[in-house]
Design a protein around this ligand. Structure first.
Ligand code: GCV
Length: 726
C-alpha cells in the first residue's frame, strides 16, 4: 500500500475513534418498538462467546406447523442475539447442540427419558444434558406446544443474560385458559383502545392475512397466552354469521401453530337478530336448538374453537334476565351447546342492574353467589379484579372466595382506561400482583386470590385469566412503548400468578431496551412506583371513579346527574361539609359484609382499614388523623402532589438515559412523560380545587394553590377523546 492510501486509512481510523468517543455507549439504532420484547439484538454480555458455543447446532425434532414455528423462532432469535445462526440438524451430532421437541418425535430425546410426567400439555423442561458425551441443551415437552414455550424460555434466558451451562428448569402453566379479550368492534373501532384501530382487518379477511397476525401470535406465545377473544364483549350478533366465522377461521389458522385458540364474544340475543327467532329465552327449546346448531357450525368452521365469552344483563346488553331467567340458565344453555366439542363459556360477572338502587360494588356478589354450584362444568365465571371497574386501586372483588363450587376466572384490564390511556407510564404488574396476593381468608389465612384463580383453593381443574388487550394497529402495538410491558406482564402472570412484578419488569426491560444495568436498574425502579403515582394523582386513599364522563379522560370529580347515579363521580366520593368517602361499613351500604369475617372486620373498622382503602369503605371527617400525623385533608393534598412529583422524577431519570436507549424510542417516551406531568398536575389541581369547596380548609403550608378556579376545570370539554364506548 502506498503512503497516500496509508494516510487515508489512518485518517478514517482516527475519524472512527473520534466518532466512537463522541457517540454515547450502548444501542443507538433507531427503533420503533415494533419488535416488542422479541428484539433479538446482539448480546452485549461477556457471555456471548459461551452462548455461541452452546448453540452451535439446532435440532427441532418436529415437522408439524408448531415445530416449524419453533424452528423459525429459534433460528431468528439465535441469529439475532448471537450474530450467527446455528447449523440445522436432524439429530444432535456436535458439541453445543440445542435439542428441542418431544420424546415421541425424537429418538434422541426419548433415549434421555426426560421426566415430563408432571408437565402436562403445555409444560416443558430445559436442561443442560450431555448427548453422546457432547454438551447439549435439551428443551423437552409432552407436546409441540410445550416445546414452543420452552424454546421461547430458552431465548429469554439469553436475552436476559442468564448463564446456560447448568440449566435445570421445569415449568408448567398454573392456569389453563390464558386469554386476551379484545374489545374490538367489527368496524375496527376499539372500545377503550388507545393504540389505533383494531388489528383485525375484518374487511380484507379472510383473503388478506396481514403478517402482523403472525407477529401477534409470536408475541403471545412467547409469554404463554393460549387464547384470544377477537371481538368486543359489547358485540354485534354479526360476528356469528357465516361471513364473519370464515374471517375468524382465517385468524385461527394463523394462530394455531402458536398454540393460540380463537374464542368469540357471543351476543345473547343473536337467535333473534341473526336467527329469526322471536325470543332468546334460554329455556325455550327452539333457542337451545339454535345455539346447538350454531355451535356445530362454528366448530365445522374452526375445529379447535375455544368457546364463548358473554356479557349479559350488564350496561344494557341482552341476557337471560330479560326473560326472568338467571345467569346460570344463560351460561348453561351455551355450555350445553359447546360441551360436545370441548368448548367453554366465560360468563362475565361484571353486572349491575339498571333498576337496582343498591351500592354498585355489591351487585355482582348479590347476583352470582346464589347460583354457586349450579353452573355447568365447562363454565368459568369471569370476575374483574375489583367490584367497580378497573380503577387505579380497588380492594379485591368479594366474589373471589365466595363461590367455592364455581371456577372463577380473573379479568384484568391491560388497556389503561382509567390510568392515563396509553400516554401515562403506569406499569400495571404491581396492581395485578396486589390483587392476586390479596388474602380472601375464606379458608383461613393464605386463601389468596391467586389460589382461587389457579384452582388450588377449591380443587378446580378449569382455571383461567383474561386480560383486556391494549393492542391496536399502531406500529408499536400498544400505543406507547411502556404499555408493552403491561401486555408482557399479564401473560407472565397468567402463566404463573405467583411471579413478582419487579422480576417481570427486569426481564421486560432487558428484553425491550437494554441489559446494561445503568438502564435496567433506573427503568425498573421508575416502573415499580409508577402505578402508585397514578393512584396518588388521580384517586388517592381509596377514592375512585372520578374521571370524565363517557370518555373517562381527565379529572371530573364534579360529575353528577345523568341517566344513572352510579355513572357519576359524586355517587362514589360523597364529599360534603363533614368529610369524604363512601361508607361501605355496617353503618353504610355494608358491602364489607361480602368479605370473609376477618377481612370484613378489618375493612369495616376505621381503626384497622388500610389507608389505601380508607375512602373506599368509609366516610371520613376532614380532620381525621392519619398515620402520618396529618389530617385527612392535608394528607389528600399531600398525596396528589406526591403523585405529580413522582412523574417529575421519572422525567429526570428518563432524561438521564439519553444515549443509552435508542433515540427514537427515547424521544417518544420523553414526550409522553411530559404530557403525563401536565395531566398529573391537572388531576391534582382540579381535584383540590373541587374538594376544597367541601373541606373549606386551607392548603397545607408549601402546597401551591391550583392556578385556575374550579369553573375553569369544569369548563374543559373533550368530545373527541379516544376509546369512548359507542
Ligand atoms: C366493554 C366499563 C367500560 C366499558 C366496558 C365495560 C365492560 O364500563 O367503560 O367500555 O365495556 O366496562 O367491562 O363490559
Amino acid at each position: 500500500m502506498h503512503a497516500a492510501g496509508r494516510r487515508i486509512r489512518r485518517g478514517l481510523r482516527l475519524a472512527a475513534c473520534w466518532l466512537a468517543a463522541l457517540l454515547p455507549a450502548g444501542p443507538v439504532l433507531a427503533e420503533d418498538g415494533h419488535d416488542l420484547w422479541l428484539r433479538y439484538v446482539p448480546v452485549q454480555e461477556e457471555r456471548a462467546a459461551d452462548y455461541r458455543a452452546r448453540a452451535t447446532e439446532l435440532v427441532v425434532a418436529s415437522a408439524t406447523p408448531t415445530g416449524q414455528a419453533t424452528r423459525e423462532e429459534l433460528v431468528r432469535g439465535l441469529r439475532g442475539l448471537l450474530g450467527t445462526a446455528p447449523a440445522l440438524a436432524a439429530r444432535a451430532g456436535r458439541d453445543g447442540a440445542v435439542v428441542v421437541g418431544t420424546p415421541a418425535g425424537s429418538p434422541q430425546l426419548a433415549a434421555l427419558a426426560p421426566d415430563l410426567a408432571a408437565l402436562g400439555e403445555e409444560g416443558y423442561l430445559i436442561r443442560s444434558l450431555p448427548i453422546g458425551g457432547r454438551k447439549a441443551t435439551v428443551v423437552a415437552a409432552n407436546t409441540d406446544r410445550g416445546a414452543l414455550y420452552g424454546a421461547f424460555h430458552f431465548l429469554r434466558l439469553i436475552q436476559t443474560g442468564q448463564p446456560l451451562h447448568a440449566l435445570d428448569i421445569r415449568q408448567a402453566p398454573k392456569t389453563k385458559v390464558r386469554v386476551l379479550n379484545h374489545w374490538d368492534n367489527l368496524d375496527r373501532y376499539v372500545e377503550r383502545g388507545y393504540a389505533g384501530e383494531s388489528i383485525w382487518d375484518w374487511h380484507r379477511l379472510p383473503g388478506w392475512k396481514d403478517p402482523r397476525y403472525t407477529g401477534y401470535a409470536r408475541a403471545n406465545a412467547s409469554i404463554g397466552i393460549n387464547g384470544t377473544v377477537l371481538n368486543n364483549v359489547n358485540t354485534s350478533a354479526q360476528m356469528l354469521t357465516p361471513m364473519y366465522l370464515e374471517k375468524a377461521a382465517a385468524l385461527a389458522g394463523v394462530f394455531r401453530p402458536y398454540g393460540i385458540k380463537v374464542y368469540l364474544s357471543a351476543r345473547f340475543s343473536a337467535p333473534i337478530e341473526i336467527g329469526g327467532l322471536k325470543t332468546a329465552d334460554p329455556l325455550d327449546p327452539a333457542v337451545r336448538r339454535w345455539w346447538k346448531a350454531k355451535a356445530d357450525e362454528v366448530y365445522r368452521t374452526i375445529p379447535d374453537f375455544g368457546g364463548f365469552l358473554v356479557k349479559a344483563n350488564s350496561e344494557g346488553q341482552p341476557g337471560p334476565q330479560d326473560y326472568g331467567r338467571s345467569h346460570a340458565d344463560g351460561a348453561n344453555m351455551l355450555a350445553e351447546a359447546l360441551a360436545p366439542h370441548g368448548g367453554i363459556v366465560m360468563w362475565r360477572a361484571f353486572v349491575y342492574s339498571h333498576e337496582e338502587p343498591d351500592d354498585r360494588a355489591k351487585q355482582a356478589y348479590t347476583e352470582f353467589v346464589p347460583y354457586d354450584g349450579t353452573f355447568a362444568p365447562n363454565v368459568l365465571v369471569q370476575v374483574k379484579n375489583g367490584a367497580i371497574d378497573f380503577q387505579p386501586r380497588e380492594p379485591f372483588h368479594p366474589l373471589f372466595g365466595a363461590m367455592p363450587k364455581t371456577p372463577l376466572m380473573m379479568e384484568f384490564q391491560i388497556t389503561k382506561e382509567y390510568l392515563g390511556f396509553a400516554t401515562h407510564l403506569a406499569y400495571l404488574a404491581p396492581l395485578y400482583e396486589e390483587a392476586l396476593r390479596a388474602d380472601t381468608q375464606v379458608r383461613g389465612p393464605g386463601s389468596t386470590v391467586a389460589k382461587v384463580v389457579d384452582g388450588s383453593l377449591e380443587g378446580h381443574a378449569l382455571t383461567g385469566m383474561a386480560g383486556v388487550a391494549n393492542i391496536g394497529s399502531d406500529r408499536n402495538w400498544s400505543g406507547s412503548h411502556f404499555d408493552q410491558a403491561n401486555w408482557f406482564a399479564f401473560g407472565r402472570l397468567a402463566w404463573d400468578p405467583y411471579l413478582e412484578s419487579e422480576a417481570i419488569a427486569r426481564e421486560w426491560v432487558k428484553m425491550t431496551f437494554s441489559t446494561d444495568p445503568a438502564v435496567v436498574d433506573p427503568v425498573v425502579a421508575m416502573m415499580m412506583g409508577s402505578r402508585e403515582a397514578v393512584v396518588d394523582y388521580m384517586t388517592p386513599l381509596g377514592l375512585h371513579h372520578l374521571m370524565g364522563r363517557g370518555h373517562h379522560y381527565g379529572p371530573a370529580p364534579w360529575v353528577s346527574g345523568g341517566p344513572r347515579a352510579d355513572w357519576t363521580s359524586v355517587y362514589y366520593h360523597r364529599a360534603d361539609a363533614k368529610g369524604i368517602g363512601f361508607d361501605r361499613s355496617a353503618t353504610g351500604s355494608n358491602a364489607v359484609a361480602q368479605y370473609a369475617a376477618p377481612v370484613a372486620a378489618q375493612f369495616g373498622d376505621l381503626a384497622t382499614v388500610p389507608e389505601e382503602f380508607l375512602l373506599w369503605f368509609h366516610h371520613v371527617p376532614w380532620d381525621h388523623r392519619m398515620a402520618s400525623g396529618r389530617t385527612l385533608w392535608d394528607e389528600l393534598v399531600h398525596r396528589y402532589g406526591r403523585g405529580v412529583d413522582y412523574v417529575r422524577g421519572m422525567r429526570t431519570t428518563w432524561d438521564g438515559l439519553a444515549g443509552k436507549v435508542d433515540a427514537e424510542r427515547h424521544a417518544q417516551v420523553a414526550a409522553f412523560l411530559a404530557i403525563q406531568e401536565q395531566e398529573a398536575q391537572w388531576w391534582r389541581d382540579a381535584s383540590i380545587a373541587y374538594f376544597q369547596t367541601f373541606s373549606k380548609r386551607p392548603l397545607p403550608a408549601g402546597e401551591a394553590a391550583p392556578p385556575h378556579d374550579l369553573a375553569y376545570y369544569q369548563s374543559l370539554q373533550f368530545p373527541f377523546a379516544p376509546g369512548d364506548g359507542k
